[in-house]
Ligand binder design. Structure first.
Ligand code: C2E
Ligand code: MG
Ligand code: MG
Ligand code: MG
Length: 286
């Protein structure tokens, strides 16, 4: 299996190894160096509360500022980080930076901002995860209710019983849980009510064609109703046009996130967005 292969390959450079395997190995080595030398950074994308018309939080998205390749998005390295287990220290770094940043912005008077951090399957299966999160919250001083952890359906369906135990443990700490990319995984609706989840994030593939594709429009409307009926909030990802935003607002979607408001941007730039919104609050409807 690919996973085991990745782990073994990380240990041996063999003469007959093919090009692709060499590239992977080089990337893994480079990632280790990158972690030790601060080449990773977080970009932030605002999450807009539709009723309030302003950003009430942000999602932290990892980037790799590679000395040769420039800024790399996670699709170039996250899978390999998962396969090799490097995602565990990388994810811990991301969580710590995101929480520290949220505290900095709260202290600067930008309000009780919430920060959302993505968790990978590997992290979620790590029994030390709750202790790590607890330590980060204590050290940074972030209130647990200002931290949202994003997990995917497929991750939860790997082993439903174990996932529920982990989610309950995290909920007991007071953090929020959301299901990322909802609608693209395999989660059975029957399980949804067993998951102690606060938020569903509608995958951007459904949002994309909302104005033109009646099937997607129906799906989105159904997910919004389902979330509310189950007592959850719902956020739509990948909102790029005013028409999409208006559709979602009419259907009572709670929050939106997407290029319409901002791409994910470095912390300094995100702070400018927060400044601008403070001056002109509520946020001008993009
Ligand atoms: P995700 O968590 O579903 O994040 C949403 C992705 O959609 C982000 O891609 C974001 O830049 C992009 N996006 C946001 N708004 C729009 C829009 O309006 N249109 C379009 N076309 N795209 C939009 P990104 O930053 O490349 O991240 C990709 C994935 O990498 C994330 O998907 C997440 O699964 C993973 N990821 C990112 N950061 C981390 C991390 O710190 N840890 C882990 N485990 N995974 C991460
Ligand atoms: Mg996410
Ligand atoms: Mg997503
Ligand atoms: Mg995704």
């Amino acid at each position: 299996r690919a996973k085991e292969g990745g782990r073994n390959l990380a240990r041996f450079y063999l003469p007959g190894m093919n090009e692709r395997a060499r590239e992977r190995l080089a990337l893994v080595d480079a990632m280790r160096v990158a972690l030790a030398s601060n080449q990773f950074e977080l970009h932030y994308q605002p999450q807009i509360d539709l009723a309030a018309g302003r950003a009430i939080g942000m999602e932290a998205l990892i980037r790799w500022r590679h000395p040769q390749h420039g800024l790399m998005r996670p699709d170039r390295f996250i899978t390999l980080a998962e396969e090799t287990g490097l995602i565990v220290p990388m994810g811990a770094w991301a969580l710590r930076s995101a929480c520290a940043q949220a505290v900095t912005w709260q202290a600067a008077g930008f309000g009780p901002l919430r920060v959302a951090v993505n968790l990978s399957a590997r992290q979620f299966q790590d029994p030390a995860l709750p202790a790590m999160i607890g330590a980060v919250l204590r050290e940074t001083g972030l209130s647990p209710r200002c931290l949202e952890l994003e997990v995917t359906e497929s991750l939860m369906m790997d082993d439903v019983e174990v996932a529920i135990v982990m989610m309950k443990e995290l909920k007991a700490m007071g953090v929020r849980l959301s299901i990322d990319d909802f609608g693209t995984g395999y989660s059975s609706l029957a399980y949804l009510k067993c998951f102690p989840v606060d938020v569903l994030k509608i995958d951007q593939s459904f949002v994309r064609d909302i104005e033109h594709d009646p099937d997607n429009a129906a799906m989105v409307a159904a997910i919004i109703s389902l979330s509310h009926d189950l007592g959850m909030r719902v956020i739509a990802e990948g909102v790029e046009t005013p028409a999409q935003r208006d559709f979602l607002a009419r259907r009572d979607c709670d929050e939106v996130q997407g290029y319409l408001y901002s791409r994910p941007v470095p912390a300094a730039e995100f702070e400018c967005l927060l400044q601008a919104a403070r001056v002109a609050s509520p946020l001008p409807r993009a």
